[in-house]
Design a protein around this ligand. Structure first.
Ligand code: MN
Length: 492
């Protein structure tokens, strides 16, 4: 039985390799469609992807540009010269008998990613390198036979290799999530996790705390969610500690993740680099990039998550709030913008308004958008939010009525005069002191209030709730309750 006490004696060390599918129109070395999601098997495959004799690959320049952008997102230097190599192995989904990849001179050199953690702190994960490579095809197994689909063969990938800088499942998960944000914000990938656009391999080893040597590591491959990264690391830690405690040996091997059973299972013992007989690929010329060319491509990039966190930091939002905005920006990209709308108000210097609208988007708009039954109209959500902010600030709208007003109008095709609309709907609350005093005097003179007034005057302040209730009733729900309370106290 492995107790928490036993686990506490060990430290785990984690490195992550991540394959990112690049958002190109065509494959890495051929001109056929890179999007095979809804295609018949083996329908988007060229002679190059089939590796027919005599085929000659031509490098997709767009993939190089995206790698250059990825380099910036990873805080890494982009190499002025990089090359392709052949990695040999036999597998039915790899007709060439080798994968075209970069072993000796990758396009992205070392760098650092700052990973925000839930407790508000950050941890740095160093990037060892990242390289360009092609994907293999896909096998599907059906009882006693298997089928091969080469649609994915030749899809451009970058593989991002981290240093073993992580020491908990939480850190590994946070790193995976941050890579996702970096690659999607940089426009490097569409980030469709369901279709495997980003796949994580986690290398995990355990050693007694304070030991001067790392343990033997295992690699759990092809995790396609942040949650499975976290679970697989937790599982491997426990499994390896158990083996070590029993005095057994940990085998260097490749393992798979069984989502249904929530456990890792052995697949094959791990090859060493020499088993692949790497050699330079003679068919593809080296990629030669000048500093100026790299700088120009990197200058033309959208803001990255770190820049957005800096901008939003002036609003003093929680970690969760900021990440909700970043994730929603990704989720609704091309449909609706959040971050730029908030930034435009910050740029005007109105932090109070910016914070109100950020919170409105986080707490009201984003949950509505995620509701499948919700239909988003054609209105400018920022215009509606800004007007609601003004009405709430001037106490013309209670928070309950503000939400109702938003619901009424967000699905509309165009915005009416918002204040007039709210007035016609009876949402505007009476905050005019003159009008309120008249109602309050009426309430105070009503026989129903005699006891409450007497109680209040003898020091029982709680009865004010009853009197505010009466004011709300008389005003048809339109009185501003805060103002009613204040005026009631004054008049008594
Ligand atoms: Mn790879």
């Amino acid at each position: 039985m492995i107790t928490d006490e036993i686990l506490a004696k060990y430290e785990m060390t984690i490195g992550v390799e991540c394959h990112v599918q690049l958002a190109t129109k065509t494959k890495l070395f051929s001109g056929v469609d890179n999007d095979a999601r809804d295609k018949e098997p083996n329908s988007v495959v060229s002679p190059i992807d089939y590796a027919l004799p005599g085929m000659l690959p031509v490098l997709n320049r767009r993939a190089v540009d995206l790698a250059i952008k990825a380099g910036k997102a990873l805080g890494s230097k982009v190499a002025n010269i990089s090359r392709f190599d052949r990695k040999h192995y036999f597998y039915p989904d790899l007709p060439k008998g080798y994968q075209t990849t970069q072993m000796y001179q990758p396009i992205i050199l070392s760098g650092t990613v700052e990973v925000p953690l839930e407790d508000g702190s950050t941890t740095n994960v160093r990037i060892h390198h990242a390289h360009l490579e092609e994907d293999a095809g896909k096998l599907s197994h059906h009882g006693d036979y298997s089928l091969v689909d080469l649609n994915r063969a030749g899809t451009p990938l970058i593989e991002i290799v981290s240093e073993p800088d992580m020491h908990s499942a939480t850190e590994a998960k946070a790193y995976a999530a941050e890579l996702y944000r970096l690659m999607t914000f940089a426009g490097v990938t569409y980030g469709d996790l369901y279709h495997g656009n980003m796949r994580f391999d986690v290398n995990v080893s355990v050693a007694l705390k304070g030991a001067d040597k790392l343990g033997i590591r295992t690699e759990t491959k092809n995790l396609n969610s942040f949650r499975s990264v976290e679970r697989a690391v937790e599982y491997e830690f426990r499994r390896q500690v158990e083996l070590v405690e029993k005095g057994e040996r940990i085998i260097q091997e490749t393992r798979g993740w069984d989502e249904a059973k929530q456990k890792t299972t052995s697949q094959r013992s791990k090859e060493n680099a020499q088993d692949y007989r790497y050699m330079p690929d003679a068919d593809i010329p080296p990629i030669i990039l000048s500093d100026q060319e790299i700088a120009e491509i990197q200058a033309d990039m959208p803001k990255l998550p770190g820049e957005w966190r800096n901008i939003l930091s002036s609003l003093d939002l929680s970690y969760q709030a900021v990440e909700t905005l970043l994730d929603a920006e990704n989720e609704f990209r091309g449909k609706i913008e959040f971050l730029n709308t908030i930034k435009s108000i910050i740029d005007d210097g109105d932090y109070e308004k910016a914070k109100f609208i950020a919170n409105w988007q986080i707490n009201i708009l984003i949950p509505m958008l995620r509701d499948e039954a919700f239909v988003f109209g054609k209105v400018n959500h920022l215009e509606l939010e800004a007007t609601i902010y003004e009405l709430v600030k001037s106490e013309k709208l209670s928070s309950t009525n503000a939400k109702q007003l938003f619901k009424d109008l967000i699905s509309a095709d165009s915005l009416p005069n918002i204040e007039k609309f709210a007035e016609d709907k009876g949402y505007i609350q009476v905050s005019d002191e003159g009008a309120m005093v008249a109602i309050i005097d009426e309430v105070l003179n009503d026989p129903i209030s005699v006891k409450a007034v007497a109680d209040f005057k003898s020091g029982n302040e709680k009865v004010i709730g009853f009197l505010v209730g009466q004011v709300m009733k008389k005003s048809g729900g339109k009185a501003n309750p805060g103002l009613a309370q204040k005026l009631l106290k004054e008049r008594m």
